[in-house]
Ligand binder design. Structure first.
Ligand code: SAM
Length: 212
């Protein structure tokens, strides 16, 4: 998702109270220093405009949520939603997830959500896909024992690639469906911005949950 460059978006990232600054200094300290508690930390990578996390944070006050998004102009929309919320368990970060191990300590994250990640269809770009074995190595380092990755997409090619990556990297598939809404996992599903569009078109949604 790449919006037009919105004037002032970059500057807003530096002053917004819900954007974490200097994330490298929080390594190993997210729960205590950012959230002020010891609750589980769930991270969405590529959170886009924040619809999923806004709803998750409201539904689950006992969980700490962090949304990571590469582009300021996109994150700005999530921050507008955040400002209207009465919650203390949701923060955001303008950051490229390639640097994940620079900002999280070993085993610091309890769950990672990847929702409708960019497919990067050209074969030579496979390392950029958020479910590539390169990214799985990073997740392996920062995820707690028993921690999970929950991945949803409308893109069958990306889904097959992701299953293959997970198996190649030795992850265990706990949940797998090629039609989420007609599966036992539909209950309690929280929609993302992208998902809403695809669901309206009647496209099947693919989902997997993996652990190692
Ligand atoms: N998760 C949202 C949804 O389902 O509505 C947004 C999906 S959009 C297709 C993918 C988002 O991931 C984009 O906003 C993009 O900027 C972000 N993204 C892609 N690669 C990223 C990376 N390496 N680090 C952080 N964000 C990334």
């Amino acid at each position: 998702m790449r919006l037009r460059n919105i004037p002032g978006a970059k500057e807003e990232m530096l002053v917004n109270p819900f954007v974490v600054q200097e994330p490298e200094t929080k390594k190993g300290l997210w729960k205590q220093e950012v959230f002020g508690n010891d609750r589980p930390l769930h991270v969405e990578i590529g959170c886009g405009k924040g619809r999923f996390l806004s709803e998750m944070a409201e539904k689950n006050p006992g969980v700490n949520y962090l949304g990571i998004e590469k582009f300021s102009s996109v994150l700005l929309r999530a921050l507008e939603k955040r400002a209207a919320m009465d919650a203390d368990n949701l923060y955001y970060l303008r950051f490229d997830a390639e640097g994940l191990t620079e900002i999280f300590g070993d085993r610091e994250v309890d769950r990672i959500y990847l929702n409708f990640s960019d497919p990067w269809p050209k074969a030579r770009h496979w390392k950029r896909r958020l479910t590539s074995t390169e990214f799985l190595k990073r997740y392996d380092k920062v995820l707690a024992p028993g921690g999970t990755i929950e991945f949803k997409t409308d893109n069958e090619g990306l889904f097959d690639f992701s299953l293959e990556s997970a198996r190649e990297a030795g992850w265990q598939v706990l949940v797998m469906t090629r039609d989420l809404y007609h599966s036992p996992y539909a209950e309690g599903n929280v929609l993302t911005e992208y998902e809403d569009r695809f669901a309206t078109l009647g496209k099947p949604i693919f989902k997997m949950i993996i652990t190692r």
